[in-house]
Design a protein around this ligand. Structure first.
Ligand SMILES: *[C@@H]1O[C@H](CO)[C@@H](O)[C@H](O)[C@H]1NC(C)=O
Length: 348
């Protein structure tokens, strides 16, 4: 009797712990992360950046490359990391086999940040955005990195995925017509199989601001900005009041078309700049990012996947004055170099 009761108690504890762990993981998914790009000459040291995130209640960051000093400082501050594997490393990682990938992982990442802080590898950034050189190496590199993690006992703990530009969608209007471009399918199909098999998310970078800037005649500012005045886009039974939901759901529709409707979506970059364009104001950036953070926290999901949380990473921690391109590209920073906020936003 006594052993029976003890066994039950033991099992009950395990179930409760598992439930608590699942709830903690779900909570964590609802917390927005921040991208920390470092293409600038006036950026604060990594330890200052890490401390600033913690002061603001931010516990997740995306790094675009495994910079040793940044990995060390962010891991020491207890920040969970999504680490970019640079495109330039893909040819090696595709050809190296799991052993070579393990060597790379150890020296480039795990030597600087313990595995407990590593949440995800974002293998390549926007490789399918017109890149024909790295594209064939992408999925083999992902598979080798995954096999390397599995051999280290980190399978399931550290997810392996790849971040895509929203131009990976050849069709996105209306959202139910969402489809991948045919040129990318030979790479995407084995990638989707891999993501489904390993429980990793499809990572999307999406900027309603840029859609508005490129096509203001068809993308009303209010629709890009979660504005109350946006006329909804009706798509069958579903109504869309903002471009962010419409873009995520176009991706979901594209995933469903390929037979991978169960793959979760993570938005690995989104944001709104504060200068460099008439619509790039601190007020608009505050409104957009507050909506992104709030939706993620409430786990509202999207019309096509209601109640399914979409993990998000806001771009960008600081303005990066070394970024090429249009003026607004250098003004996505949420924080100023002195640690003050560029506009009022609350992550806690
Ligand atoms: C790949 O990554 C490592 C570590 O980040 C770096 O030192 C190396 O130069 C890269 N390799 C190539 C071929 O660029």
């Amino acid at each position: 009797m006594a052993t029976g009761a003890a066994l039950w108690l033991y099992l009950l504890c395990h179930v409760l712990l598992a439930v608590a762990a699942a709830a903690a993981a779900a909570d964590d998914r609802g917390k927005s992360g921040i991208c920390h790009g470092r293409v600038g000459g006036n950026l604060p040291p990594p330890a200052t950046a890490a401390a600033l995130l913690r002061q603001n209640g931010v516990t997740k960051a995306r790094l675009f490359l495994p910079d040793p000093a940044v990995l060390q400082a962010f891991a020491a501050a207890g920040i969970d990391l999504t680490v970019g594997v640079p495109n330039e490393n893909l040819t090696f990682l595709a050809a190296s086999g799991p052993e070579g990938a393990a060597r790379w992982l150890r020296s480039a990442v795990l030597a600087h940040a313990p595995a407990e802080r590593l949440r995800c590898l974002a293998v390549g950034n926007e490789v399918l955005y017109g890149d024909t050189f790295y594209a064939p190496h992408l999925v083999p590199a992902m598979m080798n990195l995954h096999a390397a993690l599995a051999a280290m006992g980190l399978e399931g703990r550290v997810k392996v995925s790849s971040a895509h530009s929203s131009s990976v969608l050849a069709a996105s209007y209306p959202p139910s017509a969402g489809a991948f471009g045919p040129a990318a399918l030979p790479v995407l199909r084995p990638m989707l199989r891999f993501l489904a098999d390993t429980g990793a998310p499809f990572m999307l970078n999406t900027y309603p601001f840029i859609s508005y800037v490129n096509d203001p005649a068809n993308v009303p500012l209010a629709y890009a900005l979660f504005g109350a005045g946006a006329a909804p886009v009706q798509d069958g039974a579903l109504a869309y009041t903002n471009l962010f939901d419409a873009t995520v759901d176009a991706l979901v529709a594209a995933l469903e078309k390929e037979g991978f409707g169960g793959v979760p979506v993570a938005v690995t970059e989104t944001g709104w700049p504060t200068a460099g364009h008439p619509a790039a104001t601190p007020q608009n950036a505050a409104a957009y990012n507050a909506e992104i953070v709030g939706r993620a926290a409430r786990g509202v999901g999207t019309p096509r996947r209601p109640g399914v949380p979409v993990e998000v990473f806001l771009f960008d921690m600081y303005d990066e004055d070394g970024k090429p391109g249009a003026e607004f590209e250098r003004h996505f920073g949420i924080f100023r170099a002195d640690g003050s906020k560029a506009y009022d936003i609350n992550f806690a």
